[in-house]
Write a protein that binds this ligand. Structure first.
Ligand SMILES: [Zn+2]
Length: 134
């Protein structure tokens, strides 16, 4: 059982490192970090600035990269924790292929004339919807 946990963390590690690369500079501008459910959660400070200044990220309150979740603030992190944990499980399943697969899913949605976020299969799963509803 413990071996599978180690494998999941190693498999998702490239994404986790990317998350840390993004989170640490944000953290330098204030904010907080905590460990929840085996996931490092960063919020506030530079993360708040990040979410308000990049067009795509204005739509969301938190984002997951491997075992790192970055949120606008602690309140939003708590609100979105369950959703982001679904993404953590997806990173554990897809490992280094998660980001390309996520982007490909958005491209396929756009190609079908749908919203690249709403109709993305990974978001559909995280929102607990079936793809037929999107
Ligand atoms: Zn999501």
């Amino acid at each position: 059982m413990k071996l599978f946990a180690i494998i999941r963390y190693v498999w998702a590690l490239p994404n986790t490192l990317l998350g840390l690369l993004l989170a640490f500079p944000m953290f330098a501008f204030g904010g907080s970090v905590s460990l929840n459910n085996g996931v490092l959660e960063f919020s506030g400070g530079g993360a708040s600035w990040f979410f308000s200044h990049f067009p795509f990220f204005r739509r969301v309150s938190a984002m997951t990269l491997g075992h790192v979740v970055i949120g606008v603030n602690e309140e939003k992190l708590a609100r979105w924790r369950e959703h982001e944990l679904v993404h953590v499980r997806q990173y554990e399943r897809w490992g280094p292929f998660m980001i390309p697969a996520y982007l490909l899913s958005s491209l396929c949605a756009w190609a079908r004339g749908k919203d690249g976020y709403e109709a993305n299969r990974f978001e559909v799963e995280a929102y607990g919807r079936t793809s037929s509803k999107t």
